[in-house]
Design a binder for this molecule. Structure first.
Ligand code: SF4
Length: 115
């Protein structure tokens, strides 16, 4: 059987179209799964950690024995570390007192409101 040039071009065009449609469908499926997983496995973050971190010097020097200010803030909020003065570069009036006051005023976890 002899295929004309036009038939071959049509076959190639259809193969490209099918490939494109398959990739489009796969992209849509994976995008849907990503959206679904981001909702199902969403981790609620305690906003107090961010607030306490803002009150720390933010040098990330590790002098407190933690990997950085984020870890120190997490430990202060969880109660694992009770004394913010472990932060060597910190100052009592500027850092430690505001942190202790904030944690005293916010003893419970603070989560963002659901939309
Ligand atoms: S010592 Fe203070 S500035 Fe340094 S990482 Fe710890 S909390 Fe951050």
């Amino acid at each position: 059987m002899d295929m004309s040039l036009l038939d071959m071009a049509f076959d190639n065009g259809m193969a490209i179209l099918y490939s494109f449609l398959v990739l489009l469908a796969l992209g849509a499926i994976f995008a849907f799964l990503l959206c679904l997983f981001s909702v199902v496995f969403k981790v609620k973050e305690d906003k107090r950690v961010g607030e306490v971190k803002k009150l720390l010097p933010g040098i990330d020097c590790g002098a407190c024995g933690n990997a950085g200010c984020q870890e120190m803030a997490e430990k202060l909020v969880s109660g694992e570390v009770k004394d913010p003065a472990l932060c060597r570069p910190g100052k009592k009036e500027k850092n430690f007192d505001p942190i202790l006051l904030y944690l005293k005023e916010h003893p419970e976890p603070v989560y963002e409101e659901e939309e």
